[in-house]
Design a protein around this ligand. Structure first.
Ligand code: ADP
Length: 495
């Protein structure tokens, strides 16, 4: 039985998890840093515990402080969300040691999957097709040359302990090899504390397609179809959808079965994602993510399954609440990651105070967020404002609904990437479903499109922003009345 869950995360995912707890009748506890004392997620929780200063290393990455907080409040389980400690085997181990259930796979499995070289080897053994490349770490320049000869350029050097696209270097020819090797190793060791790197064939125009799996502790493993996450910038996803425009029912069941095979092979527990690169009808294992993904809502919308509730239920030892044959896809879902960044200026982060905030609503619209009007987005964490997810009966309806929702979205006081999302939703290639991971760099008209769209939508934005100006005016008058600068009705005198 799980009665109390500590959420070792912040922002939208913290609220997402607490929502699941509330529906399950489970008490939620948030931990928050100095920078998050006014954050919505810390107020939403049934209990909140301060754990340290703003730098993540002193709070959200501090295993001791989080375990202490969990012990102090008597939590039975910890949900790590995504990022921070979600895939850290030491954290899962510390939870075990404190007899607190870590909501996710075992620390051993996190260790195995966290090392991408080990994960590639394991998947190879399981019979899952992996991107052609090394099965072991690159031992030096000579070794790298041998590999390059075998697999042929272009090649990509990748840190074994990597994530977030960091330290990946593309190599086009022999001349570039040494530099690429050294720079990938240097970034790997400074960012991940492990200089091991491996090499893969660099697929020229692939699509990123991933399969959601769920596994319980009773031997049941199911898949919830695919998500297409090809719209990326610097290897970071910006727009995701489910299903993928390119996946046929036959391919879906083939990829799904492969992902289940991968899950069974490693004795998976909980929610996980098997990421693939897809190219010319073939798919290759890229990596496994042993946690709930940012983009999980598109799957939830299409399959009608609450992935986070299911994670908690699995952690409590229950069998999955559904079987593969009960899993039915309905319609189409798209997610746009709404970030505080300037799309007209190389997407530089634009944190700051939300002078006005009104999120879209209406049929088929879902917002996962932890912000509110007058909230200040701290510069120290990632600048996500929200995830905007829409559902439609088909892709066309979902695209039109996303356009409408983006049109309604009012965020005042800082720059956001909404113009980028609007431009993509109106882009012919996107509409036709011809996606690759190079979409953003290849569609050179996006910048101009954004500028045009900003001008076009200005009147609507100005009309809606008046709502906030009006409020400001009233607040100023009220403040003046209270301060005695303006005549106002005096409050009734008490007897
Ligand atoms: P990370 O864990 O750092 O995010 P991934 O291995 O998941 O790294 O890759 C992230 C993205 O980088 C992929 O979605 C894809 O766009 C690109 N990528 C990675 N490996 C390759 C490859 N072998 N060929 C082409 N693109 C790749």
């Amino acid at each position: 039985m799980i009665n109390k869950v500590l959420v070792a995360n912040r922002g939208e995912i913290a609220i997402r998890i607490m929502r699941a707890c509330r529906e399950l009748g489970i008490t939620s506890v948030s931990v928050y840093s100095e920078a998050d004392k006014d954050a919505l997620f810390a107020k939403y929780a049934d209990e909140s515990i301060y754990i340290g200063r703003a730098p993540a290393i002193e709070s959200y990455l501090n295993i001791n402080k989080i375990i202490e907080a969990a012990e102090e409040c008597g939590a039975d389980a910890i949900h790590p969300g995504y990022g921070f400690l979600a895939e850290n085997p030491n954290f899962a181990f510390a939870c075990d040691k404190a007899s607190i259930k870590f909501i996710g796979p075992s620390s051993k499995l996190l260790e195995l999957m966290g090392n991408k070289i080990a994960a590639r080897q394991e998947m190879g053994k399981a019979g899952v097709p992996v991107v052609p490349g090394t099965q072991e770490k690159v031992s030096g320049y000579e070794h790298a040359r041998e590999i390059a000869e075998k697999i042929g350029y272009p090649i990509i050097c990748k840190p074994a302990g990597g994530g977030g696209g960091i330290g990946m270097v593309i190599v086009k020819n022999d001349e570039e090899l040494l530099d690429a090797l050294e720079s990938s190793q240097a970034i790997a060791s400074s960012t991940f504390g492990l200089s091991d790197i491996y090499m893969e064939k660099y697929l020229e125009n692939p699509r990123h397609i991933e399969i959601q799996i769920m596994a319980d502790t009773h031997g049941n493993v199911v898949h919830l179809g695919e998500r297409e996450c090809s719209i990326q910038r610097r290897h970071q996803k910006l727009i995701e959808e489910s299903p993928s425009p390119v996946i046929t029912p036959e391919l879906r069941s083939r990829m799904g079965e492969t992902a289940i095979k991968a899950g069974r092979w490693v004795n998976y527990e909980g929610a996980g994602t098997i990421e693939f690169l897809y190219s010319n009808g073939n798919f290759y294992f890229l990596e496994a993510n042993t946690r709930v993904q940012v983009e999980h809502p598109v799957t939830e919308m299409v399959y009608g399954i609450d992935i986070v509730k299911e994670q908690i239920s699995i952690a409590a030892g229950n069998p999955l609440s559904f079987k593969q044959e009960d899993v039915k896809a309905r319609g189409w879902a798209i997610e746009c990651r709404i970030n505080a960044e300037d799309p007209l200026n190389r997407f530089v982060p634009s944190p700051g105070k939300l002078r006005g905030y009104r999120s879209p609503g209406g049929i088929g619209v879902r917002i996962d967020s932890s912000v509110y009007t007058r909230y200040t987005i701290p510069p120290i964490y990632d600048p996500m404002i929200s995830k905007l997810i829409v559902w439609g009966r088909d892709r066309n309806e979902a695209i039109h609904r996303m356009r409408r929702a983006l049109y309604e979205y009012i965020i005042l006081g800082l720059k956001t990437n909404i113009p980028f999302h609007k431009a993509v939703m109106e882009n012919d290639r996107f509409i036709s479903g011809e996606l690759t991971t190079h979409f953003v760099e290849n569609e050179t008209s996006l910048l101009e499109d954004m500028e045009r769209i900003i001008e076009r939508d200005k009147p609507m934005e100005e009309r809606l922003s008046q709502i906030f100006d009006e409020r400001k005016r009233i607040a100023a008058i009220a403040a003046a009345v209270v301060a005695g600068h303006l005549p106002g009705k005096s409050p009734p005198q008490s007897e």
